[in-house]
Design a binder for this molecule. Structure first.
Ligand code: MLC
Ligand code: AMP
Length: 511
């Protein structure tokens, strides 16, 4: 790992000492060395400067994954601008919320979206809207090519300065921006590079989206921290991943990636022979997937545990026992504790189940412009309340056993039922709804809505899904909507989601 401790300084250090070192390749034949990463990000940094972006300004980005989108991210690191990634599936309604909340100086969008999003951006007070296309086309690229390259090295930025705001929905249904500092990014990436034995000979096969902490920080920053390279795929396509495994040494994915790979007959020892490390995270990896993957490839997947607000917290060991069903040991420098939900006391008994709390240099600085939520989610002594229920065994292995937060994780994406219920309840003819996650063979959990119609209303599943699509990103749309006469309630009148989950547990299971 490079001695520098800043995510952009890693780039400069490798570009200076080993400029021709490969950084990124694509199946289409694009190639970037570390020198090209430095210069290309310099071009985009100059383009940002031309739009008036200065350190601390937010840059909101909703673009397709491409080498240029990586250059844009690194340009923000280089300039000290705050990168605000937006899911490419987010609807204009959802983008509007982020623009109003983050108040970016600049929004970078896909070329065809400009017409639709520019008026929203203007109404939200965003000064500039530029475009970046999947092929490196667009007005921001034009600016980057015209702007003179910076001649001096970028100023050093404090570890405490903001590097990114990543929006994550919450139990209230409104998305909140987790404020991640340069120190959060660099400490976590350096820790992962060491824990996972990255060297500059590694090549990461990158099939994750770039708008979440998994694909962006756990993957890209760990590559930067170790001066290694990556093969960048625009999306996850199981057959393509299988074909390209021989070009790589590391693969990181969500459990759905692994279950889809397992469906391919060609996944065997030979196909995975060049890989030294498979990592899974963002959602629970079923022990049976873990075992089946080992049977087919002789590789034991390293499962790890992370969150938007904390980056990576725990990982099964590189050298040592990788336990199926456990997310491993707290990463060096990260502390995890279990707190009893009734007494509020820290559990000292190994194996006691309770609320998982996290402390360390990986934990975010709080929520953007939301002190009340920041106060709620952190304890007085500075621990972050994860909202996950867990236990830690006597050997220090951490198990996620459930969630205190009402959350569905589908294919590695978080969906907060409250947000979906609010949209469904607003539809004409809907009296009330309950959104739950049910076991799903592909996505792990399938978002499912149980809906009660207003008296006399004629609701159909297809119509409800169609109406919701106008407002919510497609991964949040219920895979099924079941229309019922009433929702089960306890004596306090609270909807019993556990009863619904039990009643419909087999909904997505093959007959
Ligand atoms: C796509 N769809 C999903 C979905 N992804 N629905 C539910 N859950 C998902 N995750 C929808 C599509 O919009 C489409 O709907 C339909 O499902 C079929 O699409 P698909 O072609 O099968 O989906 P695909 O493009 O292949 O995407 C599936 C996927 C993708 C698993 C490859 O979702 C993915 O890359 N997930 C990774 C998420 C991730 O990076 N999470 C990290 C979060 S960070 P329709 O209606 O159009 O037919 C974090 C912290 C940590 O959690 O610890 O890492
Ligand atoms: P996000 O807010 O999208 O970053 O999602 C974070 C949540 O994903 C965590 O709070 C956990 O609930 C879940 N998660 C991440 N990794 C794992 C894992 N390996 N096993 C179980 N849950 C996980």
């Amino acid at each position: 790992m490079s001695p520098a401790t800043d995510p952009y300084a890693w780039v400069e250090a490798v570009a200076r000492t080993d400029p021709g070192r490969p950084f990124l390749t694509t199946p289409a034949g694009q190639r970037l060395t570390y020198a090209m990463l430095r210069d290309g990000s310099g071009g985009y940094a100059a383009a940002l400067g031309a739009c008036g972006v200065v350190p601390g300004d937010r840059v909101a980005v909703q673009v397709e994954k491409s080498p240029d989108s990586v250059l844009l991210y690194v340009a923000c690191l280089r300039l000290g601008a705050v990168y605000v990634p937006i899911n490419t599936a987010s609807t204009p309604h959802e983008v509007d919320y982020v623009l109003r909340d983050a108040e970016p100086r600049l929004a970078v969008v896909r070329p065809p979206d400009r017409e639709l999003l520019a008026p929203l951006a203007a109404a939200a007070g965003v000064g500039h809207v530029e475009t970046l296309g999947a092929l490196g086309d667009g007005s921001l690229t034009d600016l980057a090519q015209r702007a003179p390259l910076p001649t001096s090295a970028p100023a050093a930025l404090a570890a405490s300065s903001l590097a990114a705001i990543v929006y994550t929905s919450g139990t209230t249904g409104r998305a909140k921006g987790a404020m991640l500092t340069r120190g959060n990014l660099s400490s976590n990436a350096a820790t992962l590079a060491t824990a996972w034995h990255f060297t500059n000979r590694d090549v990461l096969l990158h099939a994750l989206p770039l708008f979440h902490v998994h694909g962006l920080f756990a993957a890209i920053n760990t590559v930067l921290a170790s001066g290694s390279g990556l093969v960048l795929l625009p999306t996850f396509d199981a057959a393509q991943v299988l074909r390209l495994l021989p070009q790589a040494t590391v693969f990181m994915g969500v459990p759905t990636h692994y279950t889809r790979l397992l469906q391919l007959a060609g996944l065997d020892r030979e196909a995975a022979a060049s890989i030294r490390l498979f990592v899974s995270g963002s959602a629970p990896l079923l022990a049976e997937t873990h075992r089946e993957f080992e049977r087919r490839t002789a590789h034991v997947i390293v499962e790890r545990y992370g969150m938007t607000e904390t980056l990576m917290n725990a990982s099964n060991p590189y050298a040592g026992v990788r336990l199926p069903g456990s997310v491993g040991l707290p990463l060096p420098g990260v502390s995890l504790r279990i707190v009893n939900g009734d007494t509020g006391r820290v559990e000292s008994d190994p194996d006691a189940t309770g609320h998982l709390e996290i402390k360390g240099p990986n934990v975010c600085a709080g929520y953007w412009r939301d002190e009340a939520k920041t106060r709620r989610e952190f304890t007085a002594d500075g621990w972050f309340r994860s909202g996950d229920l867990g236990r830690i065994d006597r050997n220090g292995y951490v198990y996620i056993v459930g969630r205190a937060k009402d959350l569905v994780i589908t294919g590695g994406y978080n969906v907060y039922p409250k947000e979906v219920e609010a949209e469904l309840d607003a539809l004409p003819g809907v009296l009330e709804s309950a959104v739950i996650g049910l076991p799903h063979p592909d996505f792990g959990e399938g978002v499912t809505a149980i809906v009660v119609a207003e008296p006399g209303a004629d609701l159909s599943e297809a119509e409800i899904i169609r109406s919701a699509q106008a407002r919510l990103a497609r991964y949040k749309i219920p895979k099924r909507v079941l229309i019922v006469d009433e929702l089960p309630r306890n004596t306090m009148g609270k909807v019993q989601k556990n009863v619904l989950r039990n009643t419909y547990a087999a909904l997505y299971q093959p007959a």
